[in-house]
Design a protein around this ligand. Structure first.
Ligand code: MOS
Length: 734
């Protein structure tokens, strides 16, 4: 079989196998599914952020046309709690009268049509005994969690080293809350048949949702089926089992009919999580010639009142640079805000902004080029684990990026490049993204017609999973691409890994690698005692695959096609299962590496109008082996656009008095549009990674990281103004 070493670093950029379905409207998103007798649900949300429901009158709603049920905490059954996974489950909805955040569901109305449900929901009368919400990170009433993820780190003695360093630097950075805004409105369609439940949902993890629904409703997991062939976008918002998903299933159970629930855009702002706001202090100690001797990074981020949110912001600093004395600390503050949740590049997006801005500031203090400063402190081995990286080509990222971007043309002095009214600035950021892999299973089947079917209960959140797994399977089985189909999005398939943490491709790809290897072995087992087969008695290590055949490695003439083997032995097909689990770093003697990257940005600033434009971005990424150049490039481009959003536009504004989200529409919550998105160059460098058998590291999130710092650093270079708060809006530039 093809080994990682033989594979090209960057795989062919074949078109998406699901592209025709998408552009012809044949791809079915959760909202496209229905059932006979489908009823519809609409939600009633709290208009206060803290307190209790004091009065709830549902009579007018109940009497409205078409209404089948109005469910509140008064008549809802007791629901079980979903199991905690690597992300905790929000508590089940409608279990008591407490209000913990604005927009919390206080009722769900079920009716024959969506319009009837929406109209009746408006007639639910709710009053509240409200208390003053805790909304500010510095509110003395707020509960503060220290080291909530047990990721705080220290090596050496950062305090002592800071106290004695030749040069010290300290600054505080803040980032705003951002809200996931996938294009597809999150939808759940739920249908019961006795204790069996079928659900179509905008989830990034069908298996997690199935386990959760079984526990919440106290029914056997085997009877719960989750179907999601297409998600409609998910940048972390689909990782958890949200209250509205449970309410859709509860509504269906209550009225004994299938129910569809589609969130409105404003409900997307309160119901599916958001990126936490942070305040971060970075302290650096260095020698005059630019060697780091101490790094301190303390992050405080927001957290909802119940449950957790795994989102360390400071811990990446522990392995970003070679530095003998490091201390990182994360804290979370409980507020009456909506659920805080992973949003593309959780933690790293905010933490990198602080660290890479501070490194830029230090470079000016020292009079050393920002790129040179980073290279002088390059972490050749994993500085916390003391092990060699499974792969790391960050140096190559910097070098190739500097060359492509023209970094050497950058005059060191801020404000020294000008074109008419525009000041021009160059900025960069170095990026490391964390490594994440979870167990996964897949099956591979070869059929008598020579086609293969590969399956796993994962999702394609738009990233290209259908396509790259078809390519990988074709390669591992030695088949032409059109002969391979990859199926996903159905919990009847082998348990798949979550599409999150940039870890799906490594986990799923490794499972498919195992399944294909086992399938080839199954064919070898079939012919083992067949004297007419040129493969008789061959071990897996002695054969290769290609053109629909298995043959002895180095001797293509000694081989047999899959279809001939099946026919000779009267078999309709052969199948094999494969499972993957993350390797043990100590056993391999390798520190598992996530992706690395360097971002080079040119900005233009009109200082009189406060206008900021990103003119160019060069991104050089080491993500190990790239399975498909086109889809991977699209991932980096998409992430970069998200990063421009975080750096310049996105700001989920909570009204400080009421806790209401003040800009919960696409009209008010700004995201980048085409005119905000410049020419972007993406280059992949490095080598296949050594931590998993397919050599990939994942590209889903690294594309977003570093844009905040690179843009802020470029703004400083253009103007001499240091902006330490994201987003960099006009008012901050004037
Ligand atoms: Mo990603 S924020 O883990 O979907």
């Amino acid at each position: 079989m093809t080994t990682v070493e033989q594979a090209r670093l960057v795989g062919e950029g074949v078109d998406r196998v699901d592209g025709p379905l998408k552009v012809t409207g044949a791809a079915r998103y959760p909202n496209d599914f229905g059932f006979p007798e489908l009823a519809h649900a609409a939600l009633v949300r709290s208009t206060v952020a803290a307190g209790r429901i004091s009065r709830l009158d549902t009579r007018a709603a109940q009497d409205s046309p078409g209404v089948l049920a109005v469910i509140t905490h008064r008549n809802a059954p007791t629901l079980g709690r979903a199991p905690d996974t690597f992300l905790s489950a929000p508590p089940p909805p409608l279990q008591d009268d407490r209000i913990l955040h604005y927009g919390q569901y206080v009722a769900v109305v079920v009716a024959g049509t969506a319009e009837e449900a929406t109209a009746a929901a408006r007639r639910v009368e709710a009053e509240y005994e409200s208390t003053e919400p805790v909304l500010d990170l510095h509110d003395p009433r707020a509960e503060v969690l220290t080291d909530p993820f047990e990721t705080d780190s220290s090596r050496g003695d950062a305090e002592a080293a800071l106290a004695s360093a030749e040069v010290t630097f300290e600054a505080t950075y803040t980032t705003a809350a951002n809200t996931n805004n996938p294009l597809g409105l999150f939808t759940t369609v739920a249908a019961w048949d006795g204790d069996a439940l079928t659900v179509h949902d905008s989830t990034q993890w069908p298996g997690g949702l199935r386990a959760a629904l079984a526990r919440v409703f106290g029914v056997p997991e085997s009877g719960v089926r989750v179907l999601v062939p297409f998600v409609g976008g998910g940048f972390g918002a689909g990782l958890r089992v949200w209250p509205h998903v449970i309410l859709a299933a509860l509504a269906a159970r209550t009225v004994d009919r299938p129910v569809k629930l589609v969130l409105t855009r404003p409900e997307m702002f309160t119901g599916i999580g958001h990126r936490t706001a942070t305040e971060q202090r970075v302290r650096i100690g260095a020698t005059r010639d630019g060697r780091l001797v101490a790094l301190g990074h303390e992050s405080t981020s927001t957290l909802q009142m119940e449950g957790d949110n795994f989102e360390p912001c400071a811990s990446g600093t522990a392995y970003a640079y070679a530095c003998p004395n490091v201390a990182t600390r994360d804290r979370q503050v409980r507020l009456n805000v909506t659920w805080c949740n992973s949003m593309r590049a959780p933690g790293e997006a905010q933490g990198n902004f602080a660290l890479e801005s501070a490194m830029d500031e230090l470079s000016y203090e020292l009079g050393i080029d920002p790129l040179e400063l980073r290279l002088r402190n390059y972490a050749e081995i994993h500085p916390q684990l003391g092990l060699p990286w499974s792969s790391k080509a960050l140096r190559e990222c910097y070098e190739v990026g500097a060359e492509r971007f023209g970094w050497s043309r950058r005059p060191p002095e801020p404000g020294s490049m000008r074109e008419g009214d525009w000041l021009i600035g160059y900025g960069l950021a170095g990026v490391s993204f964390f490594w994440f892999q979870k167990p996964c299973q897949a099956t591979a089947t070869l059929r008598a017609d020579g086609t293969a079917l590969v399956r796993s209960a994962v999702t394609d959140i738009g990233t290209g999973t259908y396509t790259v797994m078809t390519q990988l399977s074709a390669e591992l089985l030695g088949l032409d691409l059109p002969r391979v189909t990859f199926e996903l999005g159905d919990t009847e398939l082998p348990p798949g890994v979550v599409a999150g943490g940039s870890g799906l491709t490594a986990g799923l790809g490794s499972a498919i690698h195992a399944a294909c290897r086992n399938l080839v072995q199954a064919f070898l087992d079939t012919v083992r005692d067949d004297p007419t087969s040129p493969l008789a008695g061959c071990a897996a290590g002695e054969v290769s695959v290609g053109r629909g055949r298995i043959h002895r490695t180095g001797s293509p003439e000694y081989g047999e096609s899959y279809t001939d083997i099946l026919a000779a032995h009267g078999l309709p097909e052969l199948s094999a299962r494969g499972a993957s689990a993350p390797n043990d770093p100590q056993e391999l003697g390798l520190a598992p590496a996530g992706a690395f990257g360097a971002r080079f940005v040119e900005v233009r600033v009109d200082p009189e109008l406060g206008l900021l434009r990103v003119a160019r971005v060069v991104s050089v990424i080491d993500a190990g082996r790239i399975l498909n150049e086109k889809t991977a490039t699209s991932q980096i481009i998409g992430g970069t656009v998200g990063g421009i959003g975080m750096a310049m536009f996105e700001d989920t504004i909570t009204d400080p008095g009421s806790g209401r989200i003040a800009n919960a529409t696409f009209g008010d919550y700004l995201i980048p549009v085409n005119a905000d998105v410049p020419d972007m160059q993406v280059v992949f460098v490095g080598r296949p990674d050594r931590f998993n058998p397919i050599g990939v590291k994942g590209v889903g999130e690294i594309g977003l990281v570093g844009m905040g710092a690179a843009i802020a650093n470029a703004v400083h270079h253009a103007t001499g103004r240091r902006i330490r708060s994201l987003p960099i809006t006009i008012d901050r530039l004037l």
